[in-house]
Write a protein that binds this ligand. Structure first.
Ligand code: MG
Length: 474
């Protein structure tokens, strides 16, 4: 490793850090070599990237490492993350590397590794790569076995055609929807506008030119970053507004009234559409998804399986259970027989298909589902103490919550269900704090659950912090 650069560690979404500070070309090269050593010489790896200012630099460095380790590289250029997963599968490659920091600010970047079936590396696989990096033992092949580099054009178009083959294009086209699309200057610029045009939409595209600085809006499609999109939907009387995050493995949806629709309600609507004619369906989602997913599951006779937060857990559980569909509370849709990646563009096509088939607007569809009040709060913790007490805090919270719950889920933090209402406390994966989530059918119950969750967490944090600072073990 470079003496000046600390080794960043892999998180839920691969390796992330500030470009040219944490994430240098030297490090990217070593990761390319590790990937080549992991797969073995002679294997083929697809490399793709988002439009960040550092992405071409990192993609070339990763590719050099792969070639040096004897792997062939198929460089697919600027693609979305699901299109990279699609390319790995379609080009029958043995693995993939995507250079993106998704929704993180422009100075960040990331490297995510992919398996030959188009699924992201699991935490266990990431740890193997981390160990290889730490040991610093890289095997380079001799000159005659250095890999071949090939540039592959046209993946975004093939990806769009793939999505079109999976939805009822004629039904959508007949509606002639007016759609405002905000790619945020991210990876979706080469695919989502084309998809919507082919779906017969009257398209108003904003921020649909790749922009590594994300000058028009930040890559995270949160409601506070989407005011221009919402205004445009209202001012031109559009049927739908759509915004992608930086690598377009997610989409945010604005209804025809210019209002942001919660991601878990969108996921629920997509599941409703997808599972309606498939008996004994299974939906995999994470512990922070709204109870609305259970309402929809009941409507279509499906079952819900919960996982810890993070795409790899959803994918893993879908593989294990054979579930057709899964996703996260931010939509983060995953469809089994398509690609093993979260999907932005396919989610848009499925929402349009549902609107077209039902002849209803997005607001009408969303309002047809039961309403829930939601809250999310943070309980801060001393940075040094946090790693020492985070598991014990959850155990204590579990003991402090009222015992009349219907179900207790402890796969990621602790979640207590009281009917459809629930409270969840989990340690943050990135900051020294605990997140308290609550959801209820009415505001009074929500206030009560919030109060319970926060009080239990604060009491537990205080008790254990005092113990640690007093020199005792927890
Ligand atoms: Mg993303």
């Amino acid at each position: 490793m470079d003496a000046e650069a600390p080794q960043p560690s892999f998180g839920t979404f691969g390796l992330r850090g500030v470009a040219n500070v944490d994430l240098t070309p030297q490090l990217a090269l070593k990761i390319g070599l590790c990937m080549a050593n992991y797969l073995g010489p002679g294997k083929t790896v697809v490399v793709g990237r988002d439009p960040r200012t550092s992405s071409a630099m990192l993609s070339m460095a990763v590719s050099s490492g792969l070639l040096s380790g004897g792997c062939n590289v198929k460089d697919v250029g600027l693609v979305t993350t699901p299109a990279l997963s699609f390319a790995v599968k379609t080009l029958k490659a043995d693995g993939g590397v995507m250079i993106t920091a998704s929704h993180n600010p422009p100075e960040w970047n990331g490297i995510k590794l992919w398996n030959g079936d188009g699924s992201g590396f699991s935490r266990t696989q990431d740890r193997v790569i981390e160990d290889m990096l730490r040991r610093g033992e890289f095997r380079r092949v001799d000159w005659s076995h250095i890999g071949r580099l090939e540039r592959v054009e046209g993946i975004p178009d093939m990806y769009v055609e793939g999505i079109l083959s999976r939805v009822d294009v004629d039904t959508i086209r007949r509606r002639g929807y007016r759609v405002v699309l905000d790619c945020g200057g991210g990876s979706a610029c080469y695919s989502s506008p084309k998809l919507l045009r082919k779906l017969g939409c009257d398209l108003k595209a904003i921020n649909c030119r790749p922009d590594g600085f994300f000058k028009q809006r930040l890559p995270e499609p949160r409601p506070e970053n989407l005011s221009r999109l919402m205004e445009t939907v209202r001012s031109i009387g559009a049927d739908l507004g759509v915004a992608h995050d930086g690598d377009a493995d997610r989409a945010a949806f604005i209804d025809e009234k210019g209002r942001y629709v919660q991601g878990d309600r969108i996921l629920a609507l997509i599941c409703l559409n997808y599972l309606r004619n498939r008996p004994k369906g299974l939906i995999v989602t994470t512990v922070i998804t709204s109870s609305v997913i259970y309402d929809v599951a009941e409507m279509v006779g499906a079952r819900v399986v919960l996982t810890p937060v993070g795409e790899p857990y959803v994918v893993e559980k879908m593989k294990e259970t054979g579930a057709e569909i899964g996703g996260e509370e931010n939509v983060g849709l995953i469809v089994r027989d398509w690609v093993w990646s979260r999907e932005g563009a396919y989610a848009v096509a499925l929402v349009l298909e549902l609107m077209a088939k039902e002849g209803r607007s997005l607001s009408e569809l969303s309002e047809s589902l039961p309403r829930y009040e939601q809250a999310k709060l943070n309980v801060r913790c001393d940075r040094e103490v946090f790693p020492l007490i985070k598991h014990r805090v959850i155990e204590l919270v579990k003991e402090m919550l009222p015992k009349d719950y219907d179900r207790l889920v402890t796969i990621d933090g602790v979640k207590a269900y009281y009917g459809r209402n629930w409270v969840l406390v989990r340690p943050s994966g990135t900051e020294p704090l605990f997140r308290v989530f609550a959801e209820a059918e009415d505001k009074t119950t929500l206030e009560e659950l919030k109060r319970l969750g926060v009080k239990a967490t604060e009491d537990a944090v205080k008790e254990l912090t005092d113990k640690i600072k007093g020199g005792s073990n927890v």
